[in-house]
Design a protein around this ligand. Structure first.
Ligand SMILES: [Zn+2]
Length: 499
């Protein structure tokens, strides 16, 4: 009897589960149809008319779901804003996604029109086009939708809308006020955003921000990201003779700017890649709890090193994630004279190093640039911010011209923020394991100033596959990620998850 009961129980679980998956599949099917429609509207941020057509479509789709929406004028292209009716007793969640996409060069795609979604399956010979009618019987989660912005970032918008449908259908009382801001210039670095926050402060007011952009961790596992590094740049030029000189006549006599520059650069870092400039890493400390989370990221170090074809990494951190917690000092380009077939027997007139400095919240970009400049001065250089004149050149032995780039700040939310903990818990119970927690991403996103301006905790919750060819030809979205996104949005907006 007991056995029979167990069996019935198991069976009922199984039926419940398979019904569940049929339900999800019908939602995924609907989402695919809607994504085809959305992607079919070109969204090149360089073309204002494209953006307008997208905004019109979005207003209709959000209104259908009971949102109040409005278009926010900015100094650049307008933003899209939508909100469900507000309740003063609920905390407010603000979602950020973007509707614009990178420009396309159709000749580089394996399909005629990058704005017309093509369905493909992976075979041993490569990608094979499939008919959409074959999706009707059973949706294959490994198949992919190819088209511009399927992943970056129209897919997540569609997942969100379909999750709202499901929540409404199930009569779920969402425990948050829900606001959505859709950027139309993310691919052009979101220049109008920080000012827009100041202008529309009240409208955007929220308790926390969830950004749905970018891919999940390369392992494909559910992922939450707490921050991004910022960036600034420096261009450093040293000087030799006023014009390139014959190396026979002046080699051993005219100082060589290439040697000056490399000797100068060599004072900035040790052989392990650690910056030697005093104060460069000041303020950064990683406690045990933080280190534990950093170590829990399932990075495949062997694979990373193999992909990079490096024998051993630099030692700023003792492992990959730890290395991202510090500001970097990187030579991104180096030039003097000519090389290869063009090489000439000269003493060059100048040598230039282009540097980029990736920033973390502890390392203010202006402060780091000043540290580098002070360090160069300490090496006996006369530091200028313009080209030296003839008089300067005759007067000083060692001259350097430094040009500074602007600063994009980093952002990072505390790892133990209650809203972040809520998201982690939701993901854990939904997917049966803790999500990959990335304390700070190495790269820089244009919305950092927006986040810093809002002054609320922010979390990136990516929805799409890591191999989606974002920004490149043949951008694609794995269909399984649509199911993932709908389920995750649904769970995030369900009551048992509210803090
Ligand atoms: Zn994006």
């Amino acid at each position: 009897m007991k056995k029979l009961l167990t069996l019935t129980f198991l069976l009922s679980l199984f039926t419940a589960h398979s019904q569940d998956s049929i339900l999800i599949k019908s939602k995924v099917a609907n989402a695919i149809g809607e994504l085809k429609e959305f992607v079919a509207i070109p969204n090149d941020a360089l073309n204002a008319d494209d953006i307008d057509t997208n905004l019109f479509w979005l207003r209709k789709k959000f209104t259908e779901r009971g949102f109040n929406s409005t278009i926010l004028e900015t100094e650049g292209l307008p933003l899209f804003f939508a909100a469900l009716p507000m309740d003063d007793n609920k905390p407010t969640i603000l979602f950020y996604m973007h509707l614009d996409g990178q420009s396309v060069d159709a000749t580089k795609w394996d399909q005629a029109d990058p704005y017309k979604i093509v369905l493909k399956s992976k075979t041993n010979e490569g990608w094979k086009t499939e008919s959409f009618s074959d999706l009707n019987d059973d949706i294959n989660y490994d198949w992919r939708l190819f088209g511009r912005s399927t992943s970056d970032d129209k897919g997540p918008i569609i997942m969100f809308l379909n999750a709202i449908d499901a929540l409404k259908k199930d009569n779920i009382d969402i425990p948050y006020n829900v606001k959505v801001i859709l950027d139309s210039e993310e691919e052009k670095s979101s220049a109008p955003l920080p000012k827009a926050v100041r202008t529309y402060k009240d409208l955007l007011q929220a308790d926390f921000l969830v950004i749905n952009d970018g891919p999940v961790h390369v392992s494909g596992k559910p992922t939450i990201v707490y921050g991004c590094r910022g960036i600034t740049t420096l261009s450093i030029t040293t000087y030799g003779p006023i014009k390139p000189q014959h190396s026979g006549h002046y080699g051993n006599y005219a100082p060589n700017p290439g040697f000056q520059l490399t000797q100068l650069l060599a004072t900035m870092k040790d052989a392990d890649g650690k910056v030697l400039i005093k104060g460069y890493y000041d303020g950064i400390s990683l406690d045990d709890a933080t280190l534990e989370i950093l170590k829990s990221v399932p990075d495949n170090i062997e694979k990373i090193n193999k992909n990079l074809a490096i024998s051993s990494p630099e030692k700023v951190g003792s492992f990959y994630q730890e290395s991202l917690q510090y500001p970097s000092l990187n030579i991104r380009g180096l030039g003097s004279g000519w090389i290869g077939d063009q090489a000439r027997t000269i003493v060059p007139a100048t040598a230039t190093a282009e540097l980029d400095l990736r920033l973390v919240p502890e390392s203010d970009g202006t402060k780091l640039k000043n540290l580098v400049k002070a360090h160069i001065k300490n090496q006996g250089y006369h530091v200028m911010n313009t080209e030296p004149t003839m008089e300067d050149r005759v007067k000083y032995d060692k001259i350097v011209t430094i040009k500074e780039g602007s600063v994009t700040d980093a952002f990072r939310t505390e790892l133990d923020n209650p809203f972040g903990n809520g998201i982690v818990k939701t993901m854990e119970s939904k997917f049966g394991e803790k999500p990959v927690q990335i304390r700070i991403m190495g790269g820089t996103v244009p919305i950092s100033p927006f986040i810093n301006e809002l002054k609320i905790p922010a979390f990136i919750v990516p929805m799409v596959n890591p191999d989606n060819n974002q920004h490149s030809p043949n951008e694609n979205l794995k269909i399984g990620q649509i199911a993932y996104g709908i389920e995750l949005f649904y769970a995030l907006l369900s009551p048992n998850q509210a803090e």
